[in-house]
Design a protein around this ligand. Structure first.
Ligand SMILES: Nc1ncnc2c1ncn2[C@@H]1O[C@H](COP(=O)(O)OP(=O)(O)OP(=O)(O)O)[C@@H](O)[C@H]1O
Ligand SMILES: CC(C)(CO)[C@@H](O)C(=O)[O-]
Ligand code: BAL
Length: 282
């Protein structure tokens, strides 16, 4: 496995692979890899000859400085986890990605999807994501790139950016990988104390309860959201957002909506957990 931290080295290897006609799969991450990330890498492996994983804790997408400082950085362990699953791991520094500083960086901003829901709760977050992913696509020049459905709005953002900018990259969405008790795997789960970890599956359970009620015909969304908040807050969470919107457009449900997505975000201790579930509307 190549462990690469300069643009020159990366370009040299990518150029060789492209000349040889190899298909390149790409998995962008912020590191602290778990089985969810490995599932994305396996999916890329199935569809590509060479797999590149980037590990970069992108300062441009953090809306809270404390969150950026605390974010786990575990490169050695990450490389051990990846083993032979990836041919190249790219680990740029902020100075390499933003040589003129963050303020001077040209941004990619995706209208609409970046501003609503999670985007409204985390100002600037999605502009930071689209900017770094666009730069990484230009550096890695992948044929396909895998993203987790756990970050539902992020996946929608990347799909729109790729389409709007005519980027020649197939975007592959990968279903959320969960622990046995239902908790979606996430690097931020590492912030949970033992007691909080025991409580954490309640997020997915509450979401499942709302989804069942919708599947049974309940359409009073304000009531569903209020009930979800009450259940989570009573369990010891601090609910940040529960939204039920059109699964395709992420805008309010209409008579034409064929599927809804329930988007959940809640603090548990120091961790901000997110999850989502799609519900087909009969
Ligand atoms: N449980 C999961 N199942 C499937 N994909 C996942 C899962 N967790 C993360 N991913 C995907 O891995 C990619 C990298 O995500 P990231 O490095 O932010 O991991 P994370 O565990 O989601 O961390 P965080 O706690 O910061 O949200 C993203 O495309 C994300 O959607
Ligand atoms: C896609 C991503 C790697 C961009 O920094 C990040 O938002 C993430 O880990 O989901
Ligand atoms: N997994 C999404 C990246 C973030 O929360 O910053």
């Amino acid at each position: 496995m190549h462990l690469v931290s300069t643009i020159e080295q990366l370009r040299a290897i990518i150029t060789d692979w492209r000349r040889a006609g190899l298909r390149i799969g790409f998995v962008p991450t912020m590191g602290n890899l778990h089985d969810g990330h490995l599932e994305l890498v396996r999916r890329a492996r199935e569809q590509a000859d060479r797999v590149v994983v980037s590990i970069f804790v992108n300062p441009l997408q953090f809306d809270r400085a404390a969150d950026l400082d605390a974010y786990p950085r575990t490169l050695e362990q990450d490389c051990a986890h990846l083993g032979e699953l990836a041919e190249l791991v790219f680990t740029p520094t902020p100075a390499l990605m933003y040589p003129n500083g963050q303020q001077q960086q040209t941004r990619v901003s995706v209208p609409g999807v970046s501003e609503v829901l999670e985007g409204a709760l985390r100002p600037g977050h999605f502009d930071g994501v689209s900017t770094v992913v666009c730069k990484l696509f230009n550096l890695v020049q992948p044929d396909l790139a895998c993203f987790g459905e756990k970050d539902y709005q992020q996946l929608a953002l990347i799909r729109k950016m790729t389409a709007d900018l005519n980027l020649p990259v197939d975007i592959v969405g990968v279903p959320t990988v969960r622990a046995g008790d239902g908790l979606a795997l996430s690097s931020r789960n590492g912030y949970l104390t033992g007691a909080e970890r025991a409580l954490a599956p309640e997020l997915a359970a509450t979401m499942g309860w709302l989804a069942e009620r919708m599947a049974a015909g309940e359409r009073n969304l304000a009531q569903l959201v209020a009930d979800g908040r009450e259940r989570l807050n009573n369990a010891g969470f601090r609910t940040d957002g529960i939204d039920i919107v059109d699964a395709g457009t992420l805008t309010p449900l209409t008579g034409d909506s064929r599927a809804a997505v329930i988007l959940m975000a809640a603090f548990l201790g120091k961790a901000r957990l997110i999850d989502n579930q799609v519900v087909q509307l009969g």
